[in-house]
Design a binder for this molecule. Structure first.
Ligand code: CA
Length: 245
């Protein structure tokens, strides 16, 4: 399988800083989006620390079938510990944290780990599937049947995450694996994308773009056109048959 990737991050139209961070490492098949929080410069520090750990642990060599899940767990644990020790040592970073969604791709197989409300989607043909389930207050209400997905998307509490890296206590990531078919596209994003664009809009922008480079750029542009209320980060990974060139 031939893997291609395009990643874009943008401050959006309202926030003074970009607290999102990303890794796009095609050589090792490692892709991630982190969305930091904590006020002032702390969010940037937290998301940056998480991306540094992912780079350290995962992008040194190509993870294999045997160790992908274990490496993802270690990356989540170590990011969590490192952010927590940073915030203990500096009062201005006391409440910082970050989400993370990481994908490892090897051939047609991929593994995804996530904590928080950054998402992974799979686009297959004319359909889009949300692979991750947000660790967020409003998603808990959706699960309990107290809010619809549409209400959750507009709820003022939608930014409240129920799991994040940086607390220091053990954080359990959701980890799963999948097998890509030729033509499949994975999308990793921060909530600045999916709070501005619903799933069908994400699908139609990608399908209309013609290439993943244009797709990632046009998704960010569409989120900004819809208000750009938050930082927005998109990593688009495509899987194509080897003979597709
Ligand atoms: Ca965000």
């Amino acid at each position: 399988m031939k893997i291609s990737v395009s990643g874009v991050t943008d401050r959006g139209r309202v926030r003074p800083h970009n607290e999102d961070a990303l890794i796009v490492d095609l050589a090792h098949g490692v892709f991630a989006v982190a969305d930091g929080m904590g006020g002032h410069a702390a969010g940037e520090v937290a998301s940056g620390l998480a991306i540094d750990v992912v780079t350290e642990l995962l992008a040194r060599r190509r993870p294999s079938d045997e160790d992908a899940v274990e490496l993802l767990r270690r990356a989540v644990d170590l990011s969590n510990e490192r952010i927590a020790s940073h915030s203990e040592n500096s009062p201005e970073y006391r409440h910082m944290g970050t989400t993370i969604v990481v994908a490892i791709a090897a051939g047609a197989r991929y593994w995804i780990a996530h904590v928080g409300d950054s998402r992974a989607y799979l686009v297959r043909g004319a359909e889009i599937f949300q692979l991750t389930s947000d660790h967020s207050f409003v998603n808990e209400l959706v699960r309990l049947g107290m809010l619809s997905r549409e209400q959750a998307a507009r709820d003022p509490r939608r930014n409240v995450v129920t799991r994040a890296l940086g607390s220091g206590a053990g954080v359990a990531p959701d980890i799963f694996e999948g097998e890509a078919a030729p033509g499949d596209v994975l999308v990793l994003c921060s909530d600045g994308l999916n709070t501005m664009l619903d799933d069908q809009r994400i699908l139609s922008v990608l399908r209309g773009a013609g290439s993943i480079e244009r797709g990632s750029a046009e998704l960010v542009a569409a989120a900004n056109a819809a208000g750009g209320e938050d930082n927005v980060t998109v990593v688009v990974v495509s899987f194509d048959a080897d003979d597709a060139g």
